[in-house]
Design a protein around this ligand. Structure first.
Ligand code: ASP
Length: 587
């Protein structure tokens, strides 16, 4: 056997002429015994090639099992007539083995290393290295690298400088909980892992960098309610002397590049823009999926002066009546009542359904309360045709729109991601009201308001220069024009109820930096994992993150997070609370 140095990869064999001698190396993906001759599918990172082995000449072949790592020497030849495999890039050729060496055997496998078998996700994560050998996962790793490359090139060609920022930092406010790292040298003090490089990229702007980008690992210690991870990757960028238009075009360039690298068959994406208000008004969400219509319609005018108390009451309180034509859903009475239940779960006081009938009438539990003109107004405003299901809700503008918007997604969202609908949502509010009646930044506290005056006098309604990028109903990232005037920044802290002392203590160094000739600047961060999941059609971001945590924040492969030795805690000046230790013992 000609040693283990391989001369070619599986895919290269296609281009070799008959009779070429090759040494290949890879894994036994499949081995079939056909009348004493072994047909081995040998897989390496480039693909799969059929190797034909005669065990009477190469007795080592008897030991071969699935996923053994082997080297094979042999001669390239066409497959005999009629035995080509059109599903394989190398399907017209094979290698007749003259030498075989087992480089490394494999234990029996916990699951089949192919795409034909469904494998439970926990097992896949526990044996992630075997999962990577499955063609689907291998393709996702390649797609991720291709997208990273394409975006990096797009940014570099626009003159952006790739700069790393630290991951052991002082806490940055992005609205989530920080992950903390105890300091050994300064016991009792903690580093925070960055929720984003926000403050550092702004400092780079103060430092005259003008165009910065980075693939940044960010950490947010959030409960795993949905498809989130404790650590994730952003394409983070910032620029000086530019505004939202410039940011958007740089982000679009990087998105177009990633899309072309991963989904070359997809048509070049467009990037329409909606204001936040329009998005809530028409789609009931700040991340509309615009691949399907089912838009919400304001029916308040139709019901002006209505006798129907359910709607009249809401209008009298300054609310709205909103409706949506969900189309001919063909739902039974209990199916329709199920929608009412769902709306209530979402916080609605009620939801009215109506089914359009021939002749412009409505079949609905509320039909008897509506005047002819109201029925006609609803039918016309919602362009209702026979059998269409109409959903009506009354109450405050935002919550009513959002509940209907969620029903819109429940009923209309396309299953896969064959089509890619990018969308900008702009002009978000500066602040959001918190449950305890206070204000929190809708984006983060470094976001510039459209008007400082408005922010001061009417903070609840003030709009900001923040923008989100949305893809197929998922928020792909956010950014904003930043505050570059320290007085305005101090004003925001004040509105947020952060005292001068606290602002000085937490951000004094940042406010000081702003006083040294800070250029106007703006930036953005693309959630790279989410982008990848949609581009490759994965159902979860865990499928595009090489080593993700489970929904419970655990890595089943390495067992993190794990307890540490008492001595390590001591070095850090830490102790674990007795009740927690007691719980360990009970474990
Ligand atoms: N730092 C922000 C985030 O991580 C993005 C930005 O404003 O640039 O969401």
């Amino acid at each position: 056997m000609a040693g283990t140095v391989r001369t070619h990869r599986a895919l290269d064999v296609v281009d070799l002429s008959e009779g070429t001698e090759v040494t290949l190396a890879g894994w036994v993906a499949r081995s079939r015994d056909m009348g004493g001759i072994l047909f081995v599918d040998l897989r390496d990172a480039s693909g799969v090639i059929q190797v034909v082995v005669d065990p009477s000449e190469l007795p080592e072949a008897e030991q071969l099992r699935m996923e053994y790592c082997v080297a094979v020497t042999g001669t390239v030849r066409p497959r005999p007539g009629g035995t080509s495999n059109p599903d394989l890039a190398t399907g017209d050729v094979e290698v007749g083995a003259t030498g075989l060496e087992v480089l490394s055997p494999s234990d029996p496998l916990p699951f089949m290393v192919d795409d034909r078998h469904d494998v439970d996700e926990l097992t896949r994560l526990e044996y992630r290295y075997l999962d990577f050998r499955r063609p689907d996962m291998a393709a996702r790793l390649r797609a991720r690298a291709a997208a990273t490359n394409a975006m990096r090139q797009a940014m570099a060609s626009l003159g952006f400088l790739e700069i790393e920022t630290p991951t052991l930092i002082a806490s940055t406010p992005e609205g989530a909980r920080d992950m903390l790292v105890p300091s050994r040298l300064r016991q009792g003090s903690f580093y925070a892992l960055p929720q984003s490089p926000q403050i550092f990229k702004q400092l780079l702007m103060v430092g005259g960098v003008e165009r910065y980008f980075q693939f940044a690992r960010c950490y947010r210690d959030e409960d795993f309610r949905s498809d989130r991870q404790l650590e994730f990757t952003q394409l983070d960028l910032e620029g000086a002397f530019w505004d939202e238009e410039d940011v958007r075009s740089a982000v679009e360039a990087s998105i177009v590049a990633a899309t072309a690298a991963v989904r070359p068959e997809a048509s070049a994406p467009g990037f329409p823009t909606l204001t936040w208000r329009e998005a809530i008004d028409r789609y009931g969400t700040d991340k509309p999926d615009v691949r399907f219509d089912m838009e919400l319609t304001d029916l308040s005018e139709v019901f002006e002066g209505t006798e129907f108390r359910g709607f009249g009451g809401a209008l009298a309180e300054g609310g709205v009546v909103k409706g949506m034509n969900a189309g001919a859903l063909g739902l039974s009475r209990s199916g329709l009542d199920g929608l009412v239940e769902r709306a209530k779960e979402l916080g609605a006081a009620g939801l009215a359904w109506a089914v359009a009938e021939d002749g412009g009438s409505l079949r609905s539990p509320i039909a008897k309360f509506l005047s002819e003109a109201e029925v006609a107004g609803v039918v016309e405003s919602l362009s209702a045709e026979t059998d269409d299901v109409l959903l009506l809700i009354a109450g405050p503008w935002r919550s009513s729109s959002e509940i209907l918007g969620q029903l819109r997604v429940d009923l209309g969202k396309p299953k896969g991601h064959d089509e890619l609908a990018y969308l900008w949502v702009v002009d978000f509010p500066v602040f959001e009201e918190t449950d305890d009646g206070g204000l929190a930044p809708a984006h983060h506290p470094f976001t510039a308001p459209h008007s400082v005056e408005e922010m001061r006098t009417d903070p609840v309604n003030a709009l900001s220069r923040a923008y989100d990028l949305v893809l197929n109903g998922t928020e792909l990232g956010s950014g904003s024009v930043r505050i570059h005037d320290p007085a305005v920044q101090a004003q925001v802290f004040e509105t947020l109820g952060i005292s001068d002392d606290e602002a000085e203590r937490r951000f004094g160094w940042f406010l000081r930096a702003l006083r040294y000739g800070t250029p106007p600047h703006a930036g953005f961060a693309v959630g790279f994992d989410r982008l990848m999941a949609i581009l490759v059609g994965a159902s979860s971001i865990r499928d595009v993150i090489p080593f993700p945590k489970t929904q419970r924040g655990v890595d089943p492969l390495t067992g993190s997070p794990s307890r540490v030795e008492e001595a390590q805690l001591e070095e850090l000046g830490l102790d674990v609370r007795p009740e927690i230790k007691a719980a360990w013992e009970a474990d």
